[in-house]
Design a binder for this molecule. Structure first.
Ligand code: SF4
Length: 226
């Protein structure tokens, strides 16, 4: 799936943007060769914990080719994953930096960097089939899902329903610390967490301890942590 995904050109606006950014570059990365393509999920194909974000960052994952790698959001996320024992190192700088996740995979509902970090509804819907497929592939081992932010939450609920999990009515609302157990073909625990964007981490809306607490809970439910 990942090999097919990186060839996708289904969203004209996002294809144009990701490639423009890759050519123009940010001055501080002028010597880097940008990835400039769809960014696949990162982590083992038999993960029991899935983390769902929003979309790649223009000069982060769109530059390095790996989710949350090479930007401040990733610095925050991987430091927390390492602190709770789900990553072998606290930093993520390049695709070949040796980072490995333990039983954890990171993906997003939109796989190409969008202008202003805002994909359109149509682009989200275009990209949905990749998330459908990824969930089908992960289903045999999946036990916990953490969604970073309301966009991912809204995007994921219909995908979970389509994959056979029953979504309660009324639909569970996104919030930091939201926790819902979903039953269906398997049982999974769904957690909400504020996104690791700089707007949240620089302002203290999301602290390392808050993120580590959600990761630890989901990691325990997934059988990855004691
Ligand atoms: Fe393809 Fe998704 Fe990128 Fe659109 S956002 S071009 S559907 S990978």
């Amino acid at each position: 799936m990942d090999a097919d995904l990186v060839e996708c050109r289904a969203c004209p606006r996002l294809v144009a943007w990701r490639e423009k950014v890759a050519i123009e570059k940010r001055a501080s990365f002028a010597n880097d060769r940008y990835w400039g393509r769809p960014v696949p999920g990162f982590g083992p194909a038999d993960a029991s914990l899935l983390i769902v974000g929003l979309a790649p960052a223009a000069h982060g994952a769109n530059r390095t080719g790996r989710m949350f790698t090479g930007d401040r959001s990733g610095d925050f996320l991987y430091a927390a994953l390492h602190a709770v024992g789900l990553a072998n190192q606290p930093t993520a700088t390049r695709i070949d930096d040796g980072l490995e996740l333990r039983g954890t995979r990171i993906t997003s509902p939109v796989h190409c960097a969008p202008p202003a970090n805002k994909p359109t509804t149509e682009e989200r819907d275009n990209c949905r089939h990749w998330l459908d497929t990824e969930l089908e592939l992960l289903k045999p081992t999946l036990r916990s899902v953490i969604v970073l932010g309301g966009f991912g939450w809204q995007a994921l609920l219909p995908v979970l329903a389509g994959a056979g999990w029953m979504i309660p009515r009324p639909r569970p609302k996104f919030g930091h610390g939201a926790h819902v157990r979903l039953t269906g073909t398997t049982t999974i625990d769904l957690y909400g967490c504020f996104h690791v964007s700089q707007q949240n981490t620089f302002t203290g809306r999301l602290t390392p301890l808050m993120l580590e607490s959600v990761l630890a809970s989901a990691g325990r439910t997934a059988g990855l942590l004691p």
